[in-house]
Ligand binder design. Structure first.
Ligand code: NI
Length: 173
């Protein structure tokens, strides 16, 4: 397993709609393993394939927060939201592609998601709380959408400018 470099906003790859996964093969399993390792290392609770430059519809997540609880790594391939609740929930969101920037985003409080696992089996589950927010945030990534796209333009531009500056500093080393 290896830790993959995470793309930092702004990057054109983070604005693209990803293609469905065709075959679930050895390479895809290796990618999912590496994405999980990268997510835990960051650390984060979700990571979508385009964030590591792979333009395919899959993401990983683990929203277990309690310190001594067992980890619950999930790999969701070709995920689709099949239902969302009318009631909304606000979380302070962040993103591994927008380091150290957080903002409140309102989303449906519950979401049903259908996906394939690494064995090609179909699942459908209703997520709530942090899991609902995280799954919607990650599916947005697969459609080229970032959480800052929900913010007012001024706030979004401010964050983007900070990221441009950060990337310049990172490039300098
Ligand atoms: Ni994100």
């Amino acid at each position: 397993m290896s830790i993959l470099p995470i793309l930092i906003h702004p990057d054109p790859r983070l604005k693209k709609v990803c293609a469905p996964v065709g075959e679930i093969d050895k390479d895809l399993r290796a990618l999912a393993d590496n994405m999980l390792e990268t997510m835990y290392d960051a650390p984060g609770i979700g990571l979508a394939a385009p964030q590591v430059g792979v333009m395919k519809r899959l993401f990983v997540m683990d929203c277990v927060k309690e310190e001594n609880a067992a980890p619950q790594p999930m790999v969701l391939i070709n995920p689709e939201v099949t239902w969302v609740s009318d009631d909304m929930n606000t979380y302070e969101e962040g993103c591994l592609s927008i380091p150290d920037q957080y903002a409140e985003v309102e989303r449906p409080a519950q979401a049903r998601v259908r996906w394939l696992d690494l064995d090609g089996r179909q699942h459908e589950e209703q997520f709530d709380k942090l899991w609902a927010t995280c799954s919607q945030h990650e599916i947005d990534h697969l459609n080229g959408k970032l959480f800052i796209d929900y913010l007012k333009p001024l706030k979004r531009q401010m964050i983007t400018r900070k990221m441009v500056k950060l990337k310049r500093e990172m490039a300098r080393g």
